[in-house]
Ligand binder design. Sequence first.
Ligand code: HEM
Length: 132
Amino acid sequence: MGTADSDIVFQSYGRCCNNEQFFVDFYDRFMGSSDEVRALFVDTDMKQQRHLLRNGIMQLVMHARGMPDSKLRALGQSHSRNGYNIRPEWYRLWLDALLDTLRQHDGEFSAEVESAWRRAILPGIELIRDAY
Ligand code: HEM
């Protein structure tokens, strides 16, 4: 992953992340992708969850820019079988929902921007998923 990818991703996220609707649309898609995923959030305060996810995605982006692993390791623990019990296969739905929402909201989205996102955040997603 080159610095160029993380710059593209940082700018793409900057065009999206100040709009609350981005996170509303993300969770509508993500929960719409599976009844099991929807069930995980029945008791969740979604306004707060949107705020937490805004930071969580930023952690993935910062990881791509060389930040230490500690924040992602903590997410790995909270999402593991000892925590929310988030099954590894659900991370694909999460990434698909994120990319579809970026495509909807980022006016400069392109195949290049999509590839940059995939390359930049996959290692961080795998770190969280593999803590299962
Ligand atoms: C909570 C980020 C993937 C379900 C959280 C929190 C963050 C976060 C920042 C709040 C902090 C915490 O409780 O540890 C992420 C990131 C993901 C990801 C960056 C992608 C790598 C997933 C997936 C699922 C999921 C795939 C479900 C299929 C949940 C649930 C909570 C949560 C159920 C707790 C909600 C509550 O407090 O009621 N996530 N998450 N997450 N996440 Fe994730």
